[in-house]
Ligand binder design. Sequence first.
Ligand SMILES: [Fe+2]
Ligand SMILES: [Fe+2]
Length: 176
Amino acid sequence: MSPLDLLMQEHNLIAKLTTIIKKKLPTIKEKKANACLIQKLIDFFVTYGDKTHHGKEEDILFREVGQKDLSDELRTILAELLEEHVQAREKLKKLEEANTEYSNGDELAYEKIIRVLEDLVIFYPEHINKENNHFFKQAMEYFSDLELETMTKEFAEFDRSVIHEKYKAVVSAIGS
Ligand SMILES: [Fe+2]
Ligand SMILES: [Fe+2]
């Protein structure tokens, strides 16, 4: 599978969850969701959306394409995408903090959770749309077949490392 196909496949899953959240938001607002469901959403967006997906984009694709002689337009979009990843991490940090407060009995923190979810269901589709339609295909044209093949292998190694990092962190958290 090409690096482009792999990233698009991940976009599809992120977009699928975003659509589900969007549909469920009125119910989530009305009847409070349990902290466990919110924790699952956090886990998905942090481990899959950020560490696995944004991780491969930043540490491999963006790093490599950044070394090419990009058009001004593509270089501007690259900077915007990196900035959006920073924003995504800030939103997730807010979600984690609000869920911790909510789990600790602060009922008012639920409003903060809702606000971040409302924000995320707008943010992700826009970010994905920008990458799918204005960046990825154009960026891939700067690479040779061999470079793309190397990138696919690097992606696989990156994915493998994420799962090990994740569970090492889980064990340390349990042990602390
Ligand atoms: Fe991205
Ligand atoms: Fe992406």
